[in-house]
Design a protein around this ligand. Sequence first.
Ligand code: UDP
Ligand code: MG
Length: 149
Amino acid sequence: MERTLVILKPDTVQRGLVGVITSRLEQRGIKLVGLKLLQISAELAARHYAVHKGKSFYEGLIHYITSSPVVVQCWEGKRVIEVVRRTCGSTNPTDADLGTIRADFGVEIGRNLIHASDGADTAAYEIPLYFTEAELVAWDRAVDCWINE
Ligand code: UDP
Ligand code: MG
């Protein structure tokens, strides 16, 4: 089964939106298999966002993501990478479709509330940055047969 990494960014935690945004993902029917609160170090942020090094927004992004605690989550489900990305909406909240997390809670690209892995390779790289294998829980969910055919 596919897995993806989600980070509820510092603005989500500071604004008290952890519960409501986590609910959006739970309501989609995907399964939570990892969860923790932490403050991202400069080293971890640099590893996570290495792909963006040298871009105009890089320094601001590193400052933002390390500025305050975040909640990291690992979600599991069929095509979960795509399901979560579409639930988040476009990178810039102003361009995101209404009904997506970024559109419904944000207005600025530099305060866009949530990170989600953008592909299988990215998820495979990002999940181990935040979770050991032992921290990811395989569990049976009683309602699964009412969500997955
Ligand atoms: N970002 C920014 N300004 C930009 C582009 C990106 O501040 O012009 C930030 C924003 O927080 C975004 C993150 O950098 O979520 C990573 O950018 P990416 O293009 O990977 O967007 P995402 O995959 O998060 O939608
Ligand atoms: Mg990205």
